[in-house]
Design a protein around this ligand. Structure first.
Ligand code: KG4
Ligand code: ZN
Length: 454
């Protein structure tokens, strides 16, 4: 195996859940109300972004357009998005084939591929938006972290160059926040804050209470592997294609298999926690490895056996997520009646299908999940996250030093801040939606001029 072989960049994740089942305590309700209403809709925790230099300025006048650039891992994504959420032009250059031979993303190869593809992708996205150069957008945005540092730098250098050359507003975007905020572009009307987010990508698995722009509270995190990482590892074990992440190949193999074929433990089944574990607790990953290693060569070559392992792994992993979401749904009170799924794994049809939808009290639990192609890394999410900031007058100085490989999203729950849990501010007044409004929203808004560079 090549020494440089790396797993996916340390990206993000989140999770969320919902409602009400227990009598609210008055103090908790007050705390909850403070949490939901009294906090600023924007900034909040964002004060700790600690970016090298911050620019001032009034919100841009709408409508405005943003050029967004994403190079944090192995997709070169560029898009032009209008402040009302219209995707004007988009281009994506995937590196899946380049990394296939190595069984994972090789940072140096990824950086060089970003360098080769970025100029063309910017040009194509602008052209698809009907623009002839970056001089015609109002702002330039780029993912500055978390991710592979040498890859982030490629995008950031280009974004700084374009913003400076054309005198445009510049926004440094947090990759994970961009995943989360996609739900507000993808859905009409956009889910209002606060909402719960399940963020599952190649490097992150988190359950978040998203209170506003830059204001995310971590309710649960993975104790070991991220969900996408677990999919990638099991895909590698089954010798499936993993160039652009093994998730899609594993999902499609799992469709052919029996989810009870290989008995596997559901992690942390009896643990009263909101955290996730895909690797060590109850050893799901190890159990999958042992099942494959103990099989005869003949068995291992059999399509039914492989599909059975894939389906059984997916079933145990998603059952784990379901249990976490159900627990959060039953414990979270102040709350949000919207669950947002985001990050690459949210493209998984089985996850989308199984995520708990109705609330225990009968009121609908609205699930919002972007279309699959907007769940995985792309330039649209970067441009849109920046548009959300620009509407609040939040910009950054164009500076390559913003780049950071590690950059946690949100803050952990602190003592006295268990407020969002176990409380129900409106337990006795469940919100009713018109019968015509579905519990699960498959957003429809975007899409024009989108496409791939290939
Ligand atoms: O968000 P993303 O594109 O990049 C990161 O920020 O990491 O997520 C990539 C991860 C990979 O681990 C990939 O295998 C997983 O998302 N993924 C999936 C699916 N599509 C992508 N996992 C399961 N099922 C899918 N359909
Ligand atoms: Zn991502």
């Amino acid at each position: 195996m090549h020494p440089l072989l790396s797993l996916r960049a340390s990206l993000l994740l989140v999770g969320s859940a919902v409602p009400l089942a227990r009598p609210p305590r008055a103090s908790a309700v007050r705390a909850c109300a403070r949490a939901a209403v009294g906090r600023p809709k924007a900034v909040g925790w964002d004060g700790a972004r600690g970016l090298a230099r911050r620019a001032g300025g009034a919100p841009l006048r709408e409508p405005f357009t943003v050029l967004g650039i994403e190079t944090s891992c192995d997709d070169t994504g560029v898009a032009v998005v209008r402040s009302d959420g219209e995707i004007l032009g988009e281009a994506i250059a995937s590196q899946a084939e380049l990394h296939e031979a190595w069984g994972g993303v090789v940072p140096g190869i990824a950086r060089d591929a970003h360098r080769d593809a970025l100029g063309g992708a910017v040009e194509l996205a602008l052209r698809r938006a009907g623009l002839s150069s970056a001089a015609e957008v109002d702002a330039v945005a780029v993912t500055v972290g978390p991710g592979l540092e040498i890859c982030l730098r490629v995008g950031c250098e280009e974004a700084v160059r374009l913003a400076t050359a054309h005198g445009k507003a510049f926004v440094a975007v947090h990759h994970l926040e961009a995943h989360v905020l996609m739900a507000r572009l993808a859905c009409h009307p956009p889910p209002p804050f606060p909402f719960l987010t399940l963020l599952t990508s190649g490097g992150h698995c988190q359950l978040l209470l998203t209170r506003g722009i830059g204001d995310h509270q971590v309710i649960g995190s993975t104790l070991d592997d991220a969900l996408g990482e677990a999919y990638d590892k099991v895909a590698r074990l089954l010798e499936l294609p993993v160039g652009g992440g093994g998730g899609p190949a594993l999902e499609s193999l799992a469709r052919e298999g029996d989810p009870s074929a290989t008995p596997l433990p559901v992690p942390m089944r009896n643990k009263p926690s909101f955290d996730f574990s895909l690797a060590y607790h109850r050893r799901l990953k190890t159990a999958v490895r042992l099942a494959v290693e103990r099989a005869s060569e003949e068995e291992r070559a059999s399509p039914a056996f492989r599909a059975g392992v894939a389906a059984s792994f997916q079933n145990a992993a998603l059952r784990h997520l379901e249990m976490r979401l159900t627990r959060a749904r039953d414990s979270l009170g102040c709350a949000p009646d919207t669950l947002v799924l985001s990050g690459g794994v949210a493209a998984n049809a089985e996850l989308r299908r199984r995520t708990p939808s109705p609330r225990d009290d009968g009121a609908p639990w609205r699930m919002v999940v972007p279309p699959p192609r907007l769940c995985t890394d792309n330039g649209v999410m970067v441009a849109w996250a920046a548009a959300e900031r620009l509407k609040l007058g939040l910009t950054d100085a164009p500076d390559v030093e913003h780049v950071r490989a590690r950059w946690p999203l949100g803050r952990p729950l602190q003592g006295g801040e268990e407020a969002p849990l176990r409380v129900s501010a409106n337990r006795n007044q469940p919100r009713r939606r018109p019968a015509s409004e579905p519990g699960a929203v498959e957003p429809t808004r975007p899409k024009t001029n989108a496409g791939s560079t290939s």
